[in-house]
Design a protein around this ligand. Sequence first.
Ligand SMILES: [Zn+2]
Length: 217
Amino acid sequence: MSGLGIRIAPPDTPQPLATLKPLEDAQRWDSPFEDDGITPGISVFMNRAAYIRVTVHACSDSVEVGGVLVGQWCTDEETDEQFVIVKHALPARHTRQGSVYLTFTQDSLVDLHDQIEKRFEGERIVGWYHTHPRMGIFLSHYDTWLHNNFFPEPWQVALVVEPYSSLGGFFIRQPDGSLNPNRYFGFYEVDGANGSSIARWQNLLRIEYPNHPKEVE
Ligand SMILES: [Zn+2]
């Protein structure tokens, strides 16, 4: 399927950034599906600026809105596990909006790539987000099509937010590339080293780490 899609990745072969997961500065939020027999191929770290941008955008309209998630694709130097760090969220400007769907256009994506090059050098589109006002957290057939066509990399993720009930979840491909449209995952909230949190998605469960810095004597 993805071979038929329009690839928006730059022509160079992307390589992950080798670094360590920013676990000391993060808090984990689990979804109800975390141990449901499916394994995400990567984990997602999201910083506060991106979380706030998505949340504010999500609450700005009663129809679906969305945009792209910008940051870094990384591989952990110690464990080789892959992860992405979502650093920025950029609302898509030129989307056609309706109550049941949102789409990206080539124009909107070209515009977003330009913005990223100018403002966030060295970063890339690590996924996209959109809202499901008064619906649940899932990927529709159309969402799945859009994800596979515009965000085909194994490490690109789809975030769905329901602003009225304050729900959210990340759709992440499994190591074999498959994507379950009804099983979302949680994320690591970055910038939470002192134990505080701004995440408010009611469907996710906050997990205490055994070796979180605040618990070290
Ligand atoms: Zn959708």
